[in-house]
Design a protein around this ligand. Structure first.
Ligand code: HEC
Ligand code: HEC
Length: 155
């Protein structure tokens, strides 16, 4: 094929494409003018209250414990606190003395004792991953019924 012929074919192709695009845009515009908002013509003049960022939906005074040894449930959100090999974001507020300024309860003394019973100055490895034992609490309807009774209740 000669180059001039090739060029002509390319030009025709381009012209055709442009035409299609213009027609397409016309259709789209037509369709857009027919679409109505799901809420009708109403204007939103009321905003929902911003969600509470720090607290879970806990009843006043928290949930209490179901049995003596239960790790306390977490009364705040935890999404933003990462636990990595080099940093435990929970300990910023729950380690002494940082907990004083954060007004957070210090982790229990048991959390500084290692498996051999030695008392450490930093969180024991066995307690490093807090959410193995502590979970955030939320005031949700239980998915499954539960008739657990603790040792005091069965007496
Ligand atoms: C910015 C500070 C801060 C960080 C970070 C933080 N907490 Fe807390 N935490 C608190 C405060 C303050 C309380 C006191 C209860 C409240 O929210 O009123 C608390 C309460 C708790 C309690 C309840 C203790 C009890 O005796 O009832 C647990 C368990 C807990 N946090 C675990 C965690 C875990 C696990 C992480 C990391 C995923 C974490 N916290 C990160 C501030 C923090
Ligand atoms: C192996 C389970 C386990 C792990 C892991 C663990 N905890 Fe606990 N935690 C408990 C139990 C059980 C209690 C309650 C009994 C006690 O005081 O030892 C408790 C108590 C606490 C308390 C309440 C202390 C008080 O005096 O009221 C806080 C706060 C706490 N843990 C925070 C944390 C944080 C933060 C981490 C992670 C750095 C963590 N825990 C890791 C089991 C665990």
């Amino acid at each position: 094929m000669k180059t001039s012929k090739k060029k002509m074919l390319l030009c025709c192709g381009l012209a055709l494409l442009t035409g299609m695009a213009v027609v397409g845009a016309g259709f789209a515009q037509n369709a857009a003018s027919q679409v109505k908002s799901l809420g009708g013509g109403k204007v939103l003049d009321q905003l929902n209250k911003a969600p509470d960022v720090n607290r879970q939906s806990t009843p006043d005074g928290g949930f209490g414990r179901s049995y003596r040894q239960q790790p306390p449930l977490i009364p705040h959100k935890v999404e933003r606190y990462q636990i990595t090999a080099t940093n435990n974001a929970c300990m910023r507020c729950h380690d002494w003395p940082g907990n004083i300024e954060a007004k957070a309860p210090k982790v229990s003394e048991t959390h500084y004792v290692d498996r051999q019973g030695a008392r450490l100055d930093k969180i024991a490895g066995t307690r490093y991953f807090c959410q193995q034992c502590h979970v955030p609490q939320v005031d949700a309807k239980p998915l499954v019924g539960n008739d657990f009774k603790n040792s005091v209740e069965v007496k």
